[in-house]
Design a protein around this ligand. Structure first.
Ligand code: ARG
Length: 266
């Protein structure tokens, strides 16, 4: 069973610019965004067997739809995010409230340390990676690792377009990695190649990386992936995954796609 926290896009918009994808002047179409979000949720529930938990959206917090950034969980413990940009910091309180009301033990990092949750920390079983530099601080992972009892391998993110680890890296349920090598420095590339055998690494080409091919939701043998990524889908299918392409153009305008719109609760 897979439970995911999601947030309806009632107040979604491009209200500020905190990554290279966002353009206030271009904006996003809210009507289209609602249709895309609802369609993806239907795929998660009906095709992938996921259970969705909905948090009430808050007016004035347009990026709350990207629940991956709320925190990271292990069991009943959640490490709450501390956003780098002041624009997103007011999201911390409603997410914290939701976790408390749903019986999670909330852990907070020392003030002044930035950490953006499951958007920057990805793994399966005992292999965990943490992206840093653009949003999360490398020092945060020491605390997160202690809170959750996990070893976390830090990966420096060098391309501003791929500012969260989940924009350029995904771990599938079978331990495979989908990644865009160009988003990492040599050391990070070597660390990934050292941990993940070649047969389990899917390197996506740049033209698909910019269509958020790495921003996938993997539930068992199902993978939900933004549309327009045929070569990545073909490789996933060869590994035995059932792929579900979803249109997410309006969310990509904010620098987010499938994975960013969900937070794994178990
Ligand atoms: N506009 C949001 C931001 O820049 C997008 C967040 C996308 N989330 C993610 N997990 N990559 O913070």
């Amino acid at each position: 069973m897979s439970r995911l926290l999601v947030c309806p896009p009632d107040h979604y918009q491009i209200a500020y610019e905190i990554n290279p994808w966002m353009d206030v002047k271009k904006g996003a179409d809210l009507t289209v965004a609602r249709v895309q979000w609802t369609a993806m949720m239907a795929v998660l529930e009906k095709n992938c067997g996921a259970t969705l938990e909905r948090i009430e959206p808050v007016a004035g917090l347009p990026d709350m739809v990207f629940t991956a950034n709320a925190g990271i969980l292990a069991g009943r413990t959640v490490v709450l995010s501390q956003f780098r940009y002041p624009e997103r910091r007011p999201e911390e309180a409603p997410f914290e409230r939701w976790f408390q009301e749903h019986g999670y033990q909330v852990k907070r990092l020392p003030t002044g340390l930035y950490f953006e949750g499951a958007g920057d920390m990805l793994g399966v079983r005992d292999v965990w990676f943490g992206g840093y530099l653009q949003r999360s601080d490398i020092r945060a992972y020491r605390y997160v690792g202690e809170f959750l009892g996990r070893e976390i391998l830090p990966l420096e993110l060098v391309d501003p377009r791929f500012y969260h680890l989940d924009t350029c890296f995904c771990m599938l349920s079978g331990g495979e990695v989908v990644w865009y090598p160009g988003a990492f420095d040599r050391y990070g590339q070597a660390a990934i190649m050292d941990r993940i055998p070649a047969a389990k690494r899917i390197a996506v080409p740049e033209e698909e990386a910019v269509r958020f091919a790495c921003n996938e939701v993997c539930i068992g043998k199902h993978v939900v992936i933004p549309e327009g990524n045929p070569s990545t889908m073909e490789r996933l299918e060869k590994l035995g995954y059932a792929t579900h392409a979803v249109g997410l153009s309006e969310f990509i305008k904010s620098g987010g796609a499938a994975k960013c719109l969900t937070l794994a609760l178990d």
